[in-house]
Design a protein around this ligand. Structure first.
Ligand code: MG
Length: 343
């Protein structure tokens, strides 16, 4: 029953006294997906702004320290500011943002295609059409009525080819008993079981009693959550989303922690358009190849486009620009007038 048809995104523009402008974006997936909501970002930025004006945006660690001191928690509020600071640092150094995150590690990042929960036959057809488009990784959205989800999983994996990867993502939708019954009924199939339950303790319990490769997403909302999950052997794969973690700085830390533990990752974001996709593309392309499972091109799921220069999908991979900063140019006609100006 959770459907998002319009995503309310917030674009942040940081202007410096040297004439360099940085852009960031943060977009919750409705107010019910994670403890975040679109209006909260705008309100939170209003609370933070007076503490940030006058700071050097290139000192990104100090900027984050200040944000964390002035507003406890609310990581998602700070994400677009941290991303915009990376855009400024990249432009001022004439380097792409991926160079600030460890440097380019691959020509293009592997992608998955996400398939909304629906009729099993329709989901199978969507897998086929993504396959035709060059994708080798498919995420099936489940987390509904377990008996229906078992059919969805069987239909989606029907005709799976060697080398293809399937993720079945419940997005916290099942109780513990429901997750276990789906896992048992599909134990013969090879797929990645993603975030079956809401509570971390439920996921940990299910993980210890299922044969499937196990991925956590919504349970990982900070680098500390990632650290705890690693200590508990709670996951095989981690989902790093920039806005969830609170920006590129904290996402990079979580990413490097996972890579150091040989934990593969999905590197992406909650939702968003071209600016979000550029940020996640730079993080993905600078991830060690052995540690990245996949990434995504969120802007290509949208009807409205807010900038040019964003990473492009090509044959199931994501191509990321080497232009300075994020490499995007916002379309101010589409964005319209600012909803707030802090100076
Ligand atoms: Mg997920």
């Amino acid at each position: 029953g959770k459907v998002v048809s319009i995503a309310d995104t917030t674009v942040v523009r940081l202007d410096t006294d040297e004439g360099i402008t940085g852009w960031g974006e943060a977009c919750p997936l409705g107010p019910f997906y994670l403890p975040s909501y679109a209006q909260g970002i705008r309100t939170g930025i209003g609370v933070l702004a007076r503490h940030l004006i006058g700071l050097d945006p290139r000192q990104i660690g100090a900027l984050n320290t200040r944000m964390d001191r002035e507003l406890r928690g609310h990581a998602y509020v700070k994400s677009a500011i941290d991303v915009a600071a990376h855009d400024i640092l990249g432009k001022s150094a004439n380097l792409p943002v991926h160079a600030l995150l460890g440097g380019r590690q691959m020509d293009a990042a592997p992608m998955y295609w996400s398939i909304s929960q629906g009729d099993p036959d329709d989901m199978r057809r969507q897998v086929d059409s993504a396959r035709q488009a060059g994708y080798r990784q498919f995420q099936l959205k489940v987390g509904g009525v377990p008996a229906d989800d078992i059919e969805r999983i069987r239909a989606g994996l029907d005709g799976a080819r060697p080398g293809e990867i399937f993720l079945c993502d419940a997005n916290t939708g099942w109780r513990r008993d429901e997750a276990l019954s789906v896992a048992r009924a599909t134990a013969d199939l090879d797929y990645i079981f993603e975030q079956p339950c809401d509570l971390y303790s439920d996921n940990l319990s299910v993980r210890r009693r299922t044969p499937h490769t196990f991925k956590l997403d919504e349970s990982l909302q900070s680098p500390q959550d990632v650290s705890q999950a690693l200590q508990d052997d709670a996951l095989d794969i981690a989902c790093i989303k920039i806005t969830k973690m609170g920006g590129l700085s904290k996402s990079r830390f979580a990413r490097d922690l996972c890579a150091a533990h040989s934990i593969a990752m999905t590197v992406e974001d909650v939702w968003g358009a071209e600016i979000v996709t550029a940020a996640l593309g730079h993080l993905a392309i600078s991830t060690p190849p052995d540690a990245i499972l996949n990434t995504t091109d969120l802007h290509n799921y949208n009807d409205i486009h807010i900038a040019t220069g964003a990473p492009q999908a090509h044959n199931g991979t994501l191509l990321v620009s080497d232009a300075p900063g994020l490499g995007i140019e916002p379309d101010l006609d589409v964005l319209g007038k600012p909803v707030a100006i802090h100076e």
